[in-house]
Write a protein that binds this ligand. Structure first.
Ligand SMILES: [Fe+2]
Length: 385
């Protein structure tokens, strides 16, 4: 997150002696991104963070592709993804390209016997159902319904759920996830016209420090494989850190919608950006107030981006027969628009309660075998009169 954060105890300058009460040195680690040009964090550890004891299993978790070159619109019934005990095994990639994976997950259990680190991707976990605590090497974040959790690549974490009833919408991004540049000034501060500001962004405020030796398993995701590495010390042994690279949370309920007299284009809903896709929040809002306005969107041809809408809650004015947990995929190359009757239905309405997350990718998405298990194969016919 592009603003400075400090937690725990750190010395008054970088790269100088910083000693434990017994006189030994703490171990400093500079955790950088994008070479030494991206955001970085400087942390201080009880033990060397490099003590690998063993490298155990290594196995592929790459998605299996069902349709590589897809031009068919799909509806995926996300809540048909079966709950599974394990957090990682519960994650089902439904759409993918060389920039990102889009996944659904219904994990029942907290991660207890391992830690997880995704070195391929920044992760966005959207909490549709459930609550709990994200525990990371850089501190903890409580989460609940409607939260976006942004976990930059390489940050070691565990996740604790309060109950077994959890539903997550996940994007793994091979490119860093940022807030939209047009909403930031040249210092990085979010501007007055931004739909959210720094007060809405929750940073880790609770740092757990364990000074423990033993066998600690970190499941490392690298090049779509999980590699189980055994470390000799507890990964959460940080006594303090500062910098710009840390996990954070933003609630979709804190996104302030931008509205107008006539239909506003999708970019007003933009919440995050990468080089390869955008993430947008569609939140309850007042409708367009021109006396002749049509609040439903016009037909549009996103000729060079695939549009993925994940429906969270409320009524979805432009779609017929869409429920919470559904995904609609409208691929690049062909137009899409409101279902028959939706435009007429929207006239005269003054507000909408819809809540949805949109991912627009600049490269086409491939449809996976996991997606086909929950796909409505006839959705593409649903605009026929
Ligand atoms: Fe669209």
């Amino acid at each position: 997150m592009p603003f400075y954060h400090k937690l725990g105890k750190i010395p008054h300058k970088r790269h100088i002696q910083f000693r434990k009460p017994n006189g030994d040195l703490y171990y400093e680690q500079l955790f950088g991104t994008v070479g030494f040009d991206g955001m970085s964090t400087n942390s201080y550890h009880e033990h060397r963070p490099t003590q690998v004891k063993a490298i155990r299993a290594q196995y592929s978790v790459a998605p299996k592709i069902a349709k590589e070159n897809n031009i068919q619109s799909y509806r995926l019934r996300g809540f048909q993804v079966s709950p599974e005990n394990d957090f990682l095994e519960s994650r089902k990639i439904v759409l993918t390209n060389s920039d990102c994976h889009i996944a659904l997950a219904a994990p029942k259990q907290s991660t207890t016997d391992y830690f997880y680190k995704n070195t391929d991707s920044d992760e966005m976990l959207f909490i549709h159902k459930g609550s709990g605590k994200l525990r990371t090497i850089y501190g903890n974040l409580d989460f609940k319904y409607g939260d976006y959790l942004i976990i930059p690549r390489g940050i070691i974490y565990k996740i604790d759920f309060d109950t077994e009833d959890n539903r997550l919408f996940i994007v793994e991004s091979h490119r860093p996830i940022y807030t939209p540049k047009r909403y930031r000034n040249w210092f990085g501060q979010l501007l007055e016209h931004s739909p959210f500001c720094e007060r809405d962004i929750r940073r880790p405020e609770e740092l757990e420090t364990y000074n423990e030796k033993g066998d600690f398993i970190i499941k490392v995701k690298k090049k779509d494989e999980i590699i189980e590495m055994v470390y000799a010390t507890h990964p959460f042994d940080v006594v303090g850190y500062d910098g710009f690279n840390y996990p954070y949370a933003l609630s979709i309920h804190d996104f302030e919608p931008i509205t107008g007299r006539i239909h506003q284009p999708p970019p007003v809903h933009q919440t995050f950006e990468t080089d390869a896709f955008v993430i947008c929040s569609f939140v309850p809002r007042l409708y367009d107030y021109h006396p002749e306005a049509i609040p439903a969107p016009y037909n549009h041809s996103n000729i060079d981006s695939d549009e993925v809408l994940y429906y969270v809650d409320g009524d979805f004015m432009s779609r017929n027969d869409i429920e919470a947990g559904h995904i609609s995929l409208h691929p690049a190359g062909i137009p899409h628009g409101p279902h028959p009757g939706a435009a007429e239905r929207s006239i005269g309405k003054t507000e909408t309660q819809e809540l949805a997350v949109m991912v627009d990718t600049f490269k086409p998405l491939m449809v996976t075998e996991e997606a086909m298990k929950i796909a409505d194969d006839n959705y593409y016919l649903s605009w026929l009169e």
